[in-house]
Design a protein around this ligand. Structure first.
Ligand SMILES: Cc1ncc(C[n+]2csc(CCOP(=O)(O)OP(=O)(O)O)c2C)c(N)n1
Ligand SMILES: [Mg+2]
Length: 350
């Protein structure tokens, strides 16, 4: 994998972590209210998967979706302003944290109803199929969403019509406070796909490089008419389910065993040990591959100051996003009414 690509993913994981931690801080200060479900710990999932998409692919996801939109390219300012319920938010302040939508980037929404993402992804997949286009839909869902009827109905249809859908299970082991073995007879989500003749696999969702390369391979296959696929990514959320949940039901030993596998540290370590800088490659010369490899392993090549610069950049971006959100006006009642009328008009067209 290109060093550049790994750098981009590390940067996006750091941006994601910083965005979410700042959102938590602003929420606690009372800058905005409502539900807030955060993503720290799960960054390698959204970053690895979405970096492997093409601009023509579509994304459908859940209420824990700020990072998915951010990685897809929605400006952090527009997401933060949406969380704050302001007019300059990506949905004009009328969606909020759980309902981001960015049609321009084919980000077909975050959805608050558990199990809602599947039928929407099926609809998008069917539209792609009818048009015979080399595009795919990524349908994210949680481990707590696999006992909804829509899961089975949608997987059946996807298989029957060979729809171009990649189902991605973000298995963080919990449905709010209920661990997967308490609600599911089959705790390996990927095995359920075989009931519908859908191929599937489970990989480590804390390792962004393998998430990226696996998704890249699967999306190519799907865009080429390979039919649907289910990818289960094992991950962990470092915080509670939402800001209302301190997450005290999880044993501290368990929390520690996952926080010690922080996906950001794993990606940074990978960069340090495997990817020398361009200057270092130039210094050693193109023929000295062995020497270079040994040197890279011994010394580490993600320089401390590189990392500091990236972090400073991100801090400035998130500060600017919060300032932007604070200074954006709230939508007026007239705008809300207009939005409602437009929705009604759109529904009559269906
Ligand atoms: C149909 C429906 N039932 C119940 C809820 C309440 N609820 C919100 S989030 C959630 C847990 C979902 O867990 P999971 O799918 O694993 O996603 P995670 O929060 O872990 O990302 C539940 C039960 C809901 N939003 N929709
Ligand atoms: Mg879960």
């Amino acid at each position: 994998m290109e060093r550049e690509q790994v750098h981009k993913m590390l940067r996006d994981m750091l941006r994601a972590r910083a965005f979410e931690e700042r959102a938590a801080e602003e929420y606690s200060k009372g800058s905005f209210a409502g539900f807030l479900h955060l993503y720290p710990g799960e960054e390698a999932v959204a970053v690895g998967v979405i970096h492997a998409t093409e601009p023509a692919d579509y994304i459908v996801t859940t209420y824990r979706e700020h990072v998915h939109a951010l990685v897809r390219g929605t400006p952090s300012k527009a997401i933060m302003a949406e969380l704050f319920g302001r007019r300059d938010g990506i949905c004009k302040g009328m969606g909020g944290s759980m309902h981001l939508f960015d049609a321009e980037r084919r980000f077909m929404g975050g959805y608050a109803i558990v199990g809602e993402t599947y039928p929407i992804a099926i609809g998008v997949g069917y539209a792609i199929l009818l048009r015979n286009l080399p595009e795919a839909v990524i349908c994210f869902f949680g481990d707590g969403a696999v006992n909804q009827g829509t899961f089975h109905e949608s997987l059946n249809m996807a298989a029957l019509w060979r729809l171009p859908v990649l189902f991605v299970c973000e298995n963080n082991h919990y449905q709010i406070g209920t661990e997967i073995h308490r609600h599911s007879a089959q705790t390996d989500v990927y095995k359920r796909a075989s009931a519908y003749n859908i191929p599937s696999e489970k990989i480590n969702g804390m390792d962004v490089l393998s998430v990226y390369s696996t998704t890249e391979r699967l999306l190519k296959q799907i865009r080429n008419g390979g039919g649907p696929y289910l990818l289960e990514l094992e991950t962990y959320r470092f915080r509670g389910h939402s800001m209302a949940d301190p997450g005290t039901y999880r044993p501290s030993v368990e929390v520690h065993s996952f926080t010690s596998q922080d996906p950001i540290s794993i990606a940074a370590h990978e960069l340090e040990s495997s990817y020398p800088t361009a200057e270092e490659i130039a210094k050693v010369g193109p023929d000295c591959i062995t020497q270079l490899t040994e040197q890279a392993q011994q010394t580490g090549h993600l320089l401390e100051q590189d990392l500091e610069l990236i972090k400073k950049d991100i801090e400035n971006e998130i500060d600017a996003a919060v300032d932007f959100a604070m200074n954006s006006p709230e939508p007026t009642m007239d705008e809300c009414w207009l939005c409602f009328q437009n929705n009604q008009r759109a529904e009559t067209l269906l």
